[in-house]
Design a protein around this ligand. Structure first.
Ligand code: C2E
Ligand code: MG
Ligand code: MG
Ligand code: MG
Length: 285
């Protein structure tokens, strides 16, 4: 008992530890509480659209943390630190439950739009992930091809063998894979060659720079061409202006996501948007 209490003090006052790791420890215990609390971890969904007809294609699930003291936290403020803890797996499981539960209620109302869940680098090293995803799909009775998993090139670059094993097992489940933040990793072309994906998401930085930089425009053009050659769809991220939209249409980009179309929405609002997509035979993808 006492030893345990002293242990906690040691962690707090050990001069060897920098504040970052103390913060990380606090973050971990708060996240543990959040996962137990049941109403602190929530999701928003951001629809993506067909750039030609404007119809919604599906929605990306974005996690938020309703922190009791610090307010609504964006994933960028806690996911990177959690990557150093064992809490990514339970958090990812919670996000899957929320995402599949949401999709299930939509499908019950005749709305059949695929949902995309982001995977952390650490999840790609988790050999138990594919089985867990398979179990959750069965539990929520969701057809595997209605689930998209977004992975980044950077996340794919450590421990190639394990990552390839996990990605292969996920593909065998029948879920779809999307290459997120494309172009920002050190070996974008290698990741395209290495893993079979269904979709490439062009990172926002190229979309922003497209109008003012010939190089950025060339990257977007090349990525759209690469996707076309491989029979994948290209989705531009972070589209904020009509000009960017027009430019992307000109380049033949298939789809887009961004504040210009829809911000991340609460599940009910996302449902209203996606209802416009219609049933299983909705607009062509
Ligand atoms: P991402 O996968 O690239 O997600 C897109 C991010 O861009 C989201 O930020 C979204 O709100 C933001 N965004 C969308 N449209 C626009 C736009 O037009 N302009 C600008 N400036 N931003 C836009 P968010 O929700 O803060 O998420 C940040 C990142 O956190 C995500 O980047 C994703 O990598 C990660 N993330 C989100 N949810 C999860 C999750 O459940 N698990 C894991 N492991 N990572 C997640
Ligand atoms: Mg994403
Ligand atoms: Mg992205
Ligand atoms: Mg991004």
């Amino acid at each position: 008992y006492r030893a345990k209490a002293r242990g906690v003090e040691l962690v707090e006052f050990d001069a060897e530890r920098d504040t970052a790791s103390v913060d990380r420890l606090a973050l971990a215990s708060e996240m543990q509480a959040a996962l137990a609390a049941d109403d602190q971890i929530v999701i928003q969904l951001q629809p993506s659209v067909d750039l030609v007809g404007g119809a919604p294609l599906g929605a990306e699930v974005l996690v938020r943390w309703k922190h009791p003291r610090r307010g609504l936290l964006s994933p960028a403020s806690f996911i990177p630190d959690l990557e150093h803890t064992d809490l990514i797996a339970p958090l990812t499981r919670r996000v899957f439950e929320l995402a599949l539960g949401t999709y299930r209620t939509w499908l019950d109302d005749g709305i059949d739009a695929p949902v995309a869940v982001n995977l952390s680098a650490r999840s790609l090293l988790d050999r138990e992930l594919p089985e867990e995803v398979g179990r959750l799909l069965a539990e929520f009775d969701v057809p595997p091809d209605r689930l998209v998993l977004e992975i980044t090139e950077t996340a794919m670059m450590s421990e190639l063998e394990i990552v390839d094993e996990v990605l292969t097992a996920l593909r065998e489940l029948g879920v779809r894979l999307s290459l997120d933040d494309f172009g920002t990793g050190f070996s974008s072309l290698q990741s395209v060659a290495r893993v079979t994906v269904d979709e490439i998401k062009i990172d926002r930085q190229f979309v922003i720079a497209m109008g003012s930089s010939r190089q950025a425009e060339a990257v977007v053009r090349m990525t759209v061409g690469l996707a076309q050659t491989l029979g994948l769809r290209a989705i531009a991220e972070g589209v904020e202006t009509a000009q960017q939209r027009a430019e992307l249409v000109k380049l033949g980009c298939h789809g887009a996501q961004g504040f210009y179309f829809y911000p991340p929405l609460d599940p009910d609002d996302a449902k209203t948007v996606l209802a416009a997509r219609g049933g299983p035979d909705g607009p062509p993808q």
